[in-house]
Design a protein around this ligand. Structure first.
Ligand SMILES: [Zn+2]
Length: 133
């Protein structure tokens, strides 16, 4: 199994609190990302919600950028996650060829799980949410 060396950035992210504390991520259209969860790129086991450390940035309207890492102890392997959450259940992530995007109905989650990248689940889209502001 190939192991990438742990970078300074990885160590910075590992020192951050679990990203779970920064959810839910909500958008004005009513999209609510309640949580994200990733899987080990080695064994595929899902990390617990407390195991992914990193940050969620809301630097622009309509974008929440997630950068996180998680360690799988049985594999001694670090998995990196970098993706963006958007309104309308849209998400995008960086592949080798650039940013790829998709939407997050259940079928997408299954495909993401298979591709072993940013794996998201526990996502709910609350279309009935009303903004009363
Ligand atoms: Zn593993």
């Amino acid at each position: 199994m190939n192991r990438l060396p742990i970078s300074n950035r990885d160590n910075e992210l590992l020192a951050m609190p679990p990203i779970d504390g920064q959810f839910p991520v909500t958008f004005d259209d009513g999209t609510v990302w309640t949580a994200v969860n990733g899987a080990c790129r080695g064994c595929g086991i899902e990390f617990g919600r407390e195991a992914m450390h990193g940050a969620v940035w809301r630097s622009m309207p309509g974008v929440a950028e997630v950068e996180a890492v998680a360690l799988c102890h049985p594999c001694h392997l670090l998995t990196r996650f970098r993706f963006r959450l958007h309104p309308y259940r849209r998400l995008s992530w960086h592949s080798g060829a650039g940013w790829v995007q998709g939407y997050a109905p259940l079928s997408w989650l299954a495909r993401l799980r298979r591709c072993g990248r940013a794996i998201l689940h526990s996502i709910h889209h609350l279309t009935s949410r009303q903004d009363r502001s």
